[in-house]
Design a protein around this ligand. Sequence first.
Ligand code: ADP
Ligand code: MG
Length: 517
Amino acid sequence: MELTEEQQRVVVVRDEQPQKGREAQMHNIRAAKAVADTVRSTLGPAGMDKMMVDGHGNVIVTNDGATILRELDVAHPGAKMVIDMAKTQESVCYDGTTSTVVLGGQLLGNSEQLFQKGLHPNVVCRGFHQASRWAVEHAQSLPTGSVSLNDVARTAMTGKTVEHAIDKAADLCVSAVTDAQGDPKKVRVVCQPGGSMEESHLFPGIILQKEFVFPSTGVKNACLLVNTGFEPEKGQPGPGIQFSSAKEAKQFYTDQTRNVLLDSAKTVIEAMPDGGVLFARDGVHELIAKHLSDAGIDVVRRVMESDMIALSNMLAMPIAHEPSDIPASVATGIGEFKISIREDTIGDMKFVVVEGSPEHVSTLVLRGATRATLDEYERAFEDAIGVTSLAFKDGKVVSGGGSAYISMAHHLRTRAADMGGREQMAVEAFAEALEIIPATIAENAGHDPLDTILALRNDHANGQIESGPDVENGGTCSMADKSVFEPLSVVTQSVQSATEVAISILRIDDIISKRAA
Ligand code: ADP
Ligand code: MG
């Protein structure tokens, strides 16, 4: 039976039989290429979306390479290496995952041809290594003019679902990053279904998607962070305790737990005599919550760990690990900043809002029609906030659209020419692989990739180092004129990661079954 291309891809990705030598290499290469082919069509401003469906019918529609790769169901070890590399790119640079995977796939594809011409894998690896170093050096020498954070944010969000409101989205992103002084950890994102992107806003403080256990008694100026809960422990009776009836046992537990819990509540009340808010990582029994509420203390229970850490950082306040760690008193502000905690509603949902810190932690409140669009907005913002922060911090950006890749390819060809030897072939193959980025951006926009590459080579040979694919009209244009810029480190990291994964895959000549761990 003839398999369709898609079926072959699935077969390759799922294949995990032991293999030797050339066969092992080819299998790994094919698996890595299959992963690259999966995300290829999402690259660039005209990239398409993927709909991912699991066995339970859960659906994700996304254009984000990192998300697709994270959700991909693969078993082949070679494919897994590529996915791991993509994760590194995502965690270091926040963006550029698709480019990295596509480049890695192309490097492996080109190496296949070198093997057919009789090159040894070691020669290919040495050539790729050298080429990667030269390429990165060249990228670092590209002119980096004055940085417009707005351009960087817009470039990162072009082609995503947020694009229809890109002015608003880029402004929000730049304000958030500027407030946070380029620390993406200080920008939090919450999504609120309903309304439209235009109604999204930046809030100076933390917004928790939580409600108080009992309605609040007003704005509070103190709080306690506790990394545990206030709930009765389920357990065995202590040694030597015997009950004559079930009723007696029940009474005993009720009294005992009640006393223990009320004791811990007492420490909370003593720490905040004028009222405040208790943020607990775990559950808080209704009885205790009521008791605290009567003393003017509002309770937020089951706070997520990341929220807890954010609160702790923002308010410069330690997290108590158990009730006995609770300090005797808590601060109500930092310097001239007074802590203020209240309940607020956005749309018809209740939130707990925390303000008052010299630490510029802010929350982006994203509004959108459905949960699915909001999830996609959130992913686009995460990438954009990440790269805008990189640009804010190191201030080095290069023109985008793959123009830097063409420029690196041009540079490598001139250096390869006076190299000689078989490694020269590997360097040339590397240069050709770099061109896959602008070629794919053009192809996804419906233009001929080969014509575009030939025109780009010509432009770059004539010193137009910012020339890239014109996605609207076809052909080439200056990416700087179109305000398409991206951080230099996204490009260099992408080249380095792709090279590394290609080399590690090429160096494998056996796939052997091992004992399960
Ligand atoms: P990645 O996961 O690699 O970031 P994207 O789908 O986000 O993949 O595409 C990013 C690429 O699209 C970058 O090379 C970027 O420079 C390019 N790009 C963004 N906007 C434009 C544009 N208007 N014209 C051409 N290329 C663009
Ligand atoms: Mg991107």
